[in-house]
Design a protein around this ligand. Structure first.
Ligand code: ZN
Length: 388
């Protein structure tokens, strides 16, 4: 296997040559070769560094585990670039990956800080019950098979970071897969990626409930190809119960685009929309906030002081996340609503100002360039679009 050495953040990483891991579409291709390192995730990993730094500050130090590490880029970067890491375990079951992890730990002079392992991720996490304060699950596909063990490996307070690349099932392209994997019904709408993230969060929260652990999202972002979620973890049955109260269903009318939300899992759902059409439902899923404003502001502040290659794009994503932090679940698509009114879409900025002038919340959303989030009633939004 031919390898090259690349630099990400302040960390040097030896990895298989690009043709070994990148496909035409720039996607993960675990079937083509053993995938150790995806260069397209640098953006996502940089943000993780600032998230971990924020967590390290809040927890007074950080005990990190990267159980599905590939060549080790995430785990090694945490140990190398986050102040306050007191323990880091970097693991990959695959022997070739493990050999590269060991080389990379040495390459960065971190042999004293990082423990390298080559075992099954779930076994590693189980062996370290209650030992970690930051667990990063970065699998190819779904993190679902590792969530239970990850929860057990977290201490009294901690953070769970999740990547999911199975966005198609979670967003409603493969309904049966989503039902089987997450026990939840997805829904194909203009905001289906947000629904997918909420399904994944709800699933993780229900699993954490078994451990009397509350998982609360502090930051979540999505692209077409992956979801990334950071959840604050706290042990305690009461806290877990409070979180579970905010799990429920969303109902969507594909005729008038109205949405409604019902909290609770064993609960009756409305069958028909106010307009008379039959409603579609998605869930169970998380109905609470996706972004904690205070936490994300700290992440943004940390990132603004770093020297990342993609810093500008990363800062603009985090700013957009902050803008929409206080908004309600789901967003509207400007073009779709304008089409409904048979009008050409007004300027986004103007519409948002007019909605805010009426005393409602209104923001753009990082999920879509034509999306906007507001708690204004649909009639008022349509009226504003109709008279613009
Ligand atoms: Zn309707």
């Amino acid at each position: 296997m031919k390898t090259i050495i690349i630099t990400e953040g302040k960390t040097k990483i030896e990895t298989p040559q690009p043709e070994n891991f990148r496909t035409r579409a720039g996607d993960y291709a675990p079937s083509l070769t053993k995938v150790f390192y995806n260069p397209l995730m640098e953006f996502c990993r940089d943000i993780s560094i600032s998230v971990a730094q924020t967590a390290a500050r809040r927890f007074n130090g950080l005990r990190v585990c990267d159980p599905l590490a590939g060549v080790g880029v995430r785990g090694i970067r945490y140990a190398n670039e986050v102040k306050g890491v007191t323990r880091a375990v970097v693991n990959d079951f695959c022997r070739e990956a493990f050999e590269l992890i060991r080389k990379n730990v040495t390459l960065n002079g971190l042999t004293g800080l990082i423990e390298t392992r080559s075992t099954d991720a779930n076994i590693l996490l189980r062996e370290n019950r209650g030992q970690f304060s930051f667990v990063d699950l970065d699998p190819f596909g779904s993190p679902a098979p590792f969530l239970d063990a990850a929860c057990s490996s977290l201490g009294k307070r901690g953070m769970l970071a999740l990547t999911a690349t199975d966005t198609a099932p979670l967003s409603g392209t493969h309904v049966k897969t989503c039902l089987r994997r997450y026990g939840a019904r997805p829904l194909r709408t203009e905001y289906c990626h947000e629904t997918g993230i909420r399904i994944l969060i709800g699933f993780a929260q229900r699993l954490a409930g078994l451990h009397e652990m509350a998982l609360t999202p502090v930051l979540a972002h999505a692209t077409q190809h992956y979801f990334r979620i950071y959840l604050a973890a706290e042990r305690g049955a009461q806290r877990a119960d409070e979180v579970l109260k905010k799990i429920g269903y969303l109902s969507h009318c594909s005729s008038c685009l109205r949405r409604s939300f019902t909290s609770g899992v064993a609960t009756a759902l409305p069958q028909n929309c106010e307009c008379g059409e039959k409603l579609s439902h998605a869930g169970p899923l998380w109905l609470g906030k996706l972004i904690d404003g205070d936490f994300t502001r700290e992440v943004l502040q940390d990132l603004s002081l770093r020297d990342f290659r993609l810093k500008h794009q990363e800062l603009s994503l985090l700013s957009r996340c902050l803008e929409e932090a206080e908004g309600p679940p789901t967003f509207y698509d400007l073009n779709e609503l304008a089409g409904q009114e048979k009008k050409s879409p007004p300027k986004m900025k103007d519409l948002l100002t007019r909605i805010r002038d009426r005393g409602y919340f209104a923001s753009r959303t990082h999920f879509s360039p034509t999306g906007f989030r507001t708690d204004a009633p649909l009639e008022e939004i349509l009226e504003l679009i109709g008279t613009s």
